[in-house]
Design a protein around this ligand. Structure first.
Ligand SMILES: [Zn+2]
Length: 181
């Protein structure tokens, strides 16, 4: 049932020329920068790629990447698993200048060096990193933060409740009675 591994180097010119669609897996271990930034890639990435040339003669690859990562919950600091899906449209360019002028619908994929062996993992990894939200937390009911209860008021709300209790008219009446007796 699992798909074949996607080669990490591809021939973008030929693939665009022939309008090839590819579908395959990229091993979790290939996402080195992601791991270095504290995001654990816990599944192999499922990747769909669709190469082509648009009406402006721009070579492109569009597609999606799906992978599960593990990040740190910012509330309880425990690991938290997140499914990431990144959709992308990359313009295949061969110079910084061309990269600076790609139309808005694309991110540039700057292919440098050997155009027959372009590394596809790096641009996909950029998309993956963009797709991981910052400041993520478990859903409230699943969070392990010690003083966190689903239905309890936050600290601010709690002090409001305390304040109200102090002004409870019956409590005030009791105070008054004490003073009078
Ligand atoms: Zn949490």
């Amino acid at each position: 049932m699992s798909k074949p591994a996607l080669p990490s180097s591809l021939e973008p010119l030929k693939l665009a020329q022939k309008a090839v669609s590819l579908s395959g897996m990229i091993a979790a271990s290939k996402f080195v920068r992601t791991q270095e930034s504290g995001i654990e890639v816990v599944t192999d990435a499922e990747v769909e790629l669709e190469f082509g040339i648009d009406e402006d003669r721009q070579r492109f690859v569009k597609g999606s990447l799906s992978v599960d990562v593990e990040v740190t919950c910012q509330r309880c600091l425990q690991p938290m698993r997140l499914p990431i899906r990144a959709d992308f449209a990359l313009a295949i360019v061969f110079s910084d200048e061309a990269a600076a002028h790609v139309s808005k619908q694309y991110e540039p994929w700057l292919v440098s060096g050997d155009q027959d062996r372009a590394d596809i993992v790096s641009p996909l990894e950029d998309e993956l990193l963009l797709g991981v939200p910052v400041n993520v937390m478990h859903p409230e009911a699943e969070c392990n933060a010690p003083n966190h209860y689903t239905a309890s008021p936050t600290e601010d709300e709690q002090s409001e409740v305390d304040g109200e209790a102090k002004q409870n008219p019956f409590a005030m009446l009791a105070d008054l009675k004490d003073k009078l007796s």
